[in-house]
Write a protein that binds this ligand. Structure first.
Ligand code: 9MR
Length: 575
């Protein structure tokens, strides 16, 4: 299998902002600098220069040169870049596309909603569908779901929330971090100096709740929060206050599969400490953000978060099973010290109470390095706590706050050095060069850290590194692939999804614009990847094929940092 990598001049296929540090990459056998030309839509050469040889890129084994566009002043659309006898795909200079991406990346969550009809008036006829998993035949759930045999004697109404990804599972640890990142995207509009306080307000998104006086991004987050709250073990039951790890089908469904036609039995899986702390953190954050809009809901969130925190302390080592992956993902995690840290941070920021500050001080993560090479993920959440402690107003002592903020900047400095050290400018260089399942989300989460460092310092190099991350995701990469549906000439559009399965059934749609693919996974963890990608260089282990779930799925925890970063980039473009 030889991937079609198109022109050897690699650019952000959507385009670059006007001004700032901007780069493209040339793949060439040449070892000496070569000339490049920037050509406008009318065919006129508007800028020229010579490339900077960078040698062989270990993520792709491609010999690369850098093309520095930073001095270019032209703006407009339809530019191409020529070098070494090849011509890039067209792109814009002075883009405003990030404003649209901010909305599209958040619309993804509405599309993923369970338990509500997806309205044609909001998303267009192609994406409309009846509500899934409300107990309407042939669905069996999620309104009255039993536990797996032997796990509990009660049944719960766990309707709602977002489907996790291309499957119909709902997993609390993944739902919690995704919700938290949406909440943080909103919270940033209250704390970051350059953030637009109205960008995510009421009327900004096409959600059913618009015009209710509540910022639409909070309405979207609430859809999941209500589900997360339903997953808590009721009072009077064994493990009361703990949270069920997940709910999904008893066996895996095939593709395609419309959600409302899924006839499998749904089951609640055992509670876990990780899920419990995830709810404590997300609901803890909910409490402070909903306070001005719906005090009763804020109080519900806070009460559930406190109960969850106490239950987790009483049951600190209840782990999800690594083999519980029939019909849904395992999402197992045997180190919950980071979940304790994150939950303590959110509850401290919301309540200011000493008990949560004491828990923070007792945590190894409070002073430990949380900005690791591999970054934030569902199993690694300490940085979510650290970023909020650094940015959300609190009564932390000044010296402690200064140390926390410095740690965010130091983490960003590492990702900045990583981005600068790579031919394709990507702020991600995992240990051993391995690209993990969902690598694009690791890139995006490192961009969140870089963006937060910009918010704290105002230093342009952090902003530029966020945008360089977007360049990578939108086409300046070894495959010449934009990983975001609808953005760029060569964009992914066959992501693994049971309803957006146009590749398998032409009557179904492709994923909507603004859906990011998981991206290269050098572990080759599905059959089509194993079949086609053996021997691939890490950043090239990707297929835009619906069957390649390990490289080409979509997921809520991947679109959440996309939405955060798109909002950041939209501001840099001027709103
Ligand atoms: O994102 C998850 C990744 O970190 C794991 O390595 C992988 C295998 O366990 O699972 C991924 O999550 C999937 C989940 O298990 C089921 N829903 C789709 C998720 C995205 O592929």
């Amino acid at each position: 299998y030889q991937p079609d990598t198109g022109p050897r001049v690699r650019v952000n296929q959507v385009g670059y902002l006007a001004g700032g540090s901007r780069h493209a990459t040339l793949v060439t056998a040449a070892t000496e600098p070569v000339a490049w030309e920037l050509v406008d839509a009318a065919g006129a050469v508007v800028a020229t220069g010579t490339t900077g040889p960078r040698g062989v890129d270990p993520t792709s084994n491609q010999n690369t040169h850098d093309i520095d566009l930073s001095a270019v002043t032209a703006t407009g659309s339809g530019f191409t870049l020529r070098a070494d006898g090849d011509t890039s795909v067209p792109f814009d200079l002075g883009v405003t596309a990030y404003q649209q991406l901010r909305a599209d990346s958040l619309a993804f969550f509405y599309h993923q909603r369970s338990g509500i009809a997806i309205d044609a008036d909001l998303v267009g006829a192609a994406y409309a569908r009846p509500a899934g998993h409300l107990g309407v035949a042939p669905n069996q759930g999620d309104t009255d779901v039993p536990c797996q045999p032997g796990v509990c004697d009660y049944r719960l109404d766990v309707r709602g929330g977002w489907y996790d990804a291309g499957d119909h599972g709902k997993y609390v640890v993944n739902g919690g971090i995704s919700t938290a990142q949406l909440l943080s995207e909103f919270e940033r509009t209250r704390t970051a100096p350059t953030a637009d306080p109205h960008a995510l307000g009421d009327g900004s998104l096409r959600v059913p709740e618009r015009a209710n006086g509540v910022p639409d991004i909070l309405d979207e987050a609430r859809w999941e929060l209500e589900f997360l709250l339903r997953m808590q073990v009721p009072a009077g039951q064994p493990l009361a206050g703990m949270v069920h790890h997940k709910v999904h089908d008893s066996t895996w469904t095939g593709l395609p599969q419309r959600p409302e036609l899924d006839d499998r039995a749904r089951e609640l899986h055992p509670p876990s400490t990780a899920a419990t702390l995830n709810l404590a953190a997300a609901a803890g954050q909910c409490a402070r953000l909903f306070q001005p809009y719906d005090a009763a809901f804020a109080a519900r969130c806070l009460s559930a978060a406190r109960t969850a925190w106490s239950a987790a302390k009483a049951h600190p080592d209840v782990y999800a099973s690594p083999t519980d992956s029939t019909g849904g993902g395992a999402y197992n995690d045997n180190d919950v010290t980071d979940e304790f840290y994150w939950a303590a941070a959110e509850l401290y920021l919301t309540t200011g109470e000493q008990q949560y500050l004491d828990a923070l001080h007792a945590s190894p993560h409070h002073t430990g390095e949380v900005f690791t090479d591999w970054g934030i993920s569902w199993g690694s959440v300490a940085a979510l706590g650290r970023l909020d402690l650094a940015t959300v107003p609190s009564r932390l002592p000044q010296d402690e706050l200064a140390r926390i903020r410095a740690s965010v900047v130091a983490g960003a400095d590492r990702y900045l050095a990583t981005a600068r050290g790579q031919a394709y400018g990507v702020p991600y260089a995992p240990e051993g060069g391995r690209y993990v399942w969902g690598s694009n989300s690791q890139v995006l989460n490192n961009m969140v850290v870089l963006g937060t460092a910009f918010d704290l310092t105002g230093r342009a190099e952090y902003r530029d590194a966020v945008l360089s991350g977007f360049d990578y995701l939108l086409g300046r990469n070894p495959l010449n692939q934009s990983y975001v549906t609808g953005y760029g000439e060569r964009a992914s559009h066959n992501q693994h999804h049971r309803f957006w399965a146009h590749q398998l059934d032409p009557s179904l749609p492709n994923p909507p614009a603004g859906s990011v693919a998981g991206g290269p996974d050098s572990q080759l963890e599905d059959d089509v990847a194993k079949d086609k990608l053996t021997g691939c260089a890490p950043a090239m282990c990707y297929l835009d094929d619906i069957q390649s779930y390990s490289t080409n799925e979509v997921a809520i925890n991947w679109n959440a940092p996309l939405a955060w970063a798109a909002a950041f980039a939209a501001e840099q473009a001027g709103t």
